[in-house]
Structures are given as C-alpha cells and as structure tokens.
Design a protein. Structure first.
Length: 256
C-alpha cells in the first residue's frame, strides 16, 4: 500500500472527547483539535471554566458539548459516554487527560497515606481505563479510531515525592501498549504523551517546580500548547503507522 502524501492536519467531521478539558493541557488540546476541524465533547468537573473552553471551540466554528462529570466516579463516566453515543454519535478521538499528582499532599512514600494513593490511582489510571472501555468496542467495530493518553515523565524518571503518581502513569503507559497491540488489527491507534515541566496553574504550585527547571537541559518550561501539538498529531492520519508509543516531551530531561 502506498502511503498518502503528508498534508495539513484535517480532523473535519470527527468527534473528539477530551477529559480534564477545563484547564491547562486539556484546554489547549481541545482548542487545537477544534482549530484543526474536530467537534468536541469537553469533560471536566469545573463547570464555569468548561463553559469558557466551549466558547473557544465554537469560536473556531466547531461544535462543543461541555459535560460536567466527576471522573472519580466510574458510573458518572459510563453515563457520560452512554449519552455521547446516544445523542452525538461515535467517538473517533479520545484524549485521556484528566489526572493530577497529590500536589499539596505529596510526600515521600514512607510517610504517604493510602487514601492519597487511592485518589491518585482512581483519577489517573482507573478513569483512563473506564474511558477507554467506553470507546474501544465502537472503534473496534468501525475499524478506526485514535486514543491518546497523557502519562508523565515521572513514570520513567521515578520523580521524588510522587511514587503514587509515577505508578499510576506507568500504568497508563502499560495500558497504552497493551491496547495498541490488541487494537492494531482493527486500525485503532493508541499512544501516550509523557510531559515534563509544563507551565500550568497546577505546576506553579509544586514545591519543587524551580528544581525541575534547573534539571531541564533546554532551560525553560514547556507550555500546554507544546503538548496540544502532539495530541493533534497523534489524533490525525499523519500518525496512522504509529501505535503503542509513549512520546516524552520534557525539554531533554530524559531519553527513552
């Protein structure tokens, strides 16, 4: 088969779901997907911020469907995707972005709390699995689809003070590889992105933020748009022969 010539990214007519869409990487990715022609379902718990992102999507002439969902609750996620399938049609692009570290509750593992582990694993790994489970049967049946999950460089670097987060994001990478192998015969691409220091409101609250920057060879923090650019690439036909990969975007802090 002769590969098609590379052209501009065109996601026209494709329905994309972005979790954690209200801020940071999720917001930038949703807007960039819309800029390239996708219609968006925007999932987050922050209703007001979500409405602003929806307005931005519509500003590109695309459809936006904000849905306020607590991604810590599996039944809420399942109901949201059932509504999407019923009212909006098949999901062709899934961006699993919802997640966070323990932030103010972060600590060395020896004094960490099991309740914090449960929160981190549920939001970062279990929610990703639940979202994938909701879209995979349809993608498999149609013989096409794109799943992109936001992992973290912490899964590779074993960053200090975030053992629970590193474990959860390593789980996302493992899920990505297993699903990629399982779904490759059905032409469904499954990839992950592993950000390093990305300047968001949440990152600025991290106590070791300045240390992260000192350890970054490129000597500056990335922006959410740097991740959004990769999201659109993995969501497009330009990445049709790429699956099971975890791309580290971190200014040279780690090479895999």
């Amino acid at each position: 088969m002769i590969a098609p010539a590379a052209t501009h990214t065109d996601l026209s007519g494709r329905l994309a779901v972005v979790t954690g869409a209200a801020n940071g990487i999720g917001r930038a990715s949703a807007l960039h997907l819309a800029r390239n022609g996708a219609d968006l379902v925007l999932i987050d718990i922050q209703e007001a911020a979500l409405a602003e992102v929806a307005d931005g999507v519509r500003g590109f002439g695309r459809k936006a469907h904000p849905m306020t969902v607590d991604c810590l609750q599996r039944p809420a996620i399942q109901e949201a995707f059932a509504r999407i399938d019923r009212d909006l049609g098949p999901v062709e692009i899934l961006l699993n972005n919802v997640g966070q570290s323990a932030r103010e509750r972060a600590s060395e593992f020896w004094c960490s709390e099991p309740e914090t582990w449960d929160f981190i694993l549920q939001l970062n790994l279990a929610a990703t699995m639940t979202c994938c489970r909701a879209v995979v049967p349809g993608m498999r049946e149609r013989g096409r689809g794109k799943i992109v999950s936001i992992a973290s460089e912490a899964a590779y670097m074993g960053s200090l003070g975030v053992a629970d987060y590193a474990a959860a994001k390593a789980g996302v990478i493992g899920l990505t590889r297993a699903l990629a192998r399982e779904l490759a015969p059905f032409h469904v691409n499954v990839n992950a992105i592993c950000p390093g220091p990305i300047r968001t409101a949440a990152a600025d609250r991290l106590p070791i933020w300045e240390q992260y920057l000192k350890e970054t060879p490129m000597a500056f923090a990335g922006e959410p748009q740097d991740i959004a650019n990769v999201v659109v690439f993995f969501s497009s036909d330009q990445s049709r022969y790429i699956t099971g990969q975890s791309l580290i975007v971190n200014g040279g802090r780690w090479w895999s």
